[in-house]
Write a protein that binds this ligand. Structure first.
Ligand SMILES: Cc1ncc(COP(=O)(O)O)c(C=O)c1O
Length: 372
């Protein structure tokens, strides 16, 4: 295609798509030798029964997957105590987030999200041409209910929070969500991606509030990020409206089989969740000893403030040189923080040993030179 022709083609992009530059081709993938602690995966094998269900599903590879995710929705409804018309299934919960933005937002509308929060939401709002209102957390990462009811968020089409929250790892009492949903006439979306590492959940409130939508995923606590299984739970009318907007065959048959199998073997993950919480505790102590200030976490990751005088980007680059990948969030006012996913003991040992090396080398650099 000649460049002039290409320019003509690109002019036909919608206004929103024109604002985003093309993703560069040939982006390097993650180095297989790296210890990957930057996207909150759960690096443990699937339980054998779940694995077997995936292999069995592969034998039906030439068939389309079941329409409308019926059996998976049925299984999720049974597992969590709802009817299947209260459940939507998605190709990961991010698909469901996208549907919510598409369903509720027209250009010029606004959405309110607790901030710092899961930054993918910013892009989803932008794609709808919507205004993204970032509402700061209250004291000690509490839910500022008054502000959500009476401040600028009162005109938002919906209010979104993750509980526990990413990237802070903090958790607000479910009673506060109950109170917000009771007092607000807006849709309240609670993204519970990390809830299996937390002490409580808002799913049990679904039948009390028709304006509450709860999202779940099997990417984090069920070690199935690559399979893509997510759920939304809410009032049947609301769920039906969202299902209307879904692609046909949005999930594949391996996702269906793995999702159904996980739902009936959830207890097989209890030990894994305990292990992650133990490693989280061990890493919190070790990082504190190195001068980091770690926010108490209710997730499978830690958000840690780097020692005074240092910055998050520098730590991320230094760790990456030692083949340890962690995440940073300078655009969210977290310039001095790194976020570290909790991996296996071996991965955490590698991370902590690299962090100790870096700290030691920093100390050496700041030692005054002795004059003999
Ligand atoms: C808060 C939150 N919500 C949703 C997601 C997306 O999860 P999924 O893999 O189900 O699309 C993530 C992933 O990092 C997340 O942190």
């Amino acid at each position: 295609m000649s460049d002039a022709k290409l320019q003509g083609v690109l002019l036909a992009l919608s206004q929103v798509a024109r604002q985003l530059s093309a993703v560069p081709s040939n982006q390097p993938g993650p180095d297989a030798n790296c210890v990957k602690l930057n996207t909150n995966e759960n690096p443990f094998p699937l339980p054998m029964m779940v694995m077997q269900s995936a292999l069995a599903a592969l034998e039906r590879h030439y068939l389309y997957p079941e329409d409308d995710n019926l059996s998976l929705r049925d299984a999720a409804a049974n597992a969590y105590g709802f009817s299947k018309d209260q459940v939507i299934a998605g190709n990961g919960s991010s698909e469901l987030l996208g549907l919510i933005y598409r369903a509720f937002l027209a250009p010029g509308d606004s959405v309110a999200m607790m901030s710092p929060g899961f930054s993918f939401n910013r892009k989803l709002a932008m794609l709808q041409g919507a205004r993204f209102l970032e509402i700061g957390w209250g004291e000690a990462y509490s839910l500022p209910i008054g502000q959500l009811l009476l401040g600028p968020a009162k005109d938002a089409k919906f209010i979104l929070l993750a509980n526990p929250n990413n990237p802070t790892g903090t958790f607000v009492p479910v009673a506060d969500i109950d109170s917000l949903a009771a007092q607000s006439d807006r849709l309240i979306v609670v993204d519970e991606a990390y809830v299996d590492f937390a002490p409580d959940d808002a799913l049990r409130l679904i039948n009390r509030h028709s304006n509450l939508l709860v999202l779940r995923t099997f990417s984090k606590s069920y070690a199935a990020a690559g399979i893509r299984v997510g759920f939304g739970f809410g009032h049947p009318e609301l769920i039906g409206r969202l299902r209307n907007l879904q692609n046909v065959f949005n999930m594949n048959l391996i996702g269906h089989a793995v999702g159904i199998s996980i739902l009936s073997h959830r207890a097989a993950y209890d030990e894994n969740h305990r292990y992650i919480k133990d490693e989280r505790h061990r890493a919190t102590i070790a990082l504190s000893q190195l001068g980091f200030s770690v926010i108490p976490s209710h997730t499978n990751f830690l958000l840690a403030r780097v020692p005074p005088g240092q910055d998050g980007n520098w730590w991320q680059a230094s760790l990456e040189r030692q083949k340890i990948l962690v995440a940073v969030f300078p655009d969210d006012g977290l310039e001095n923080y790194i976020r570290v996913s909790i991996g296996t003991k071996t991965q955490m040992d590698a991370f902590l040993s690299a962090a100790r090396d870096i700290s030691e080398s920093l100390k050496m650099q700041s030692l005054p030179v002795k004059h003999r």
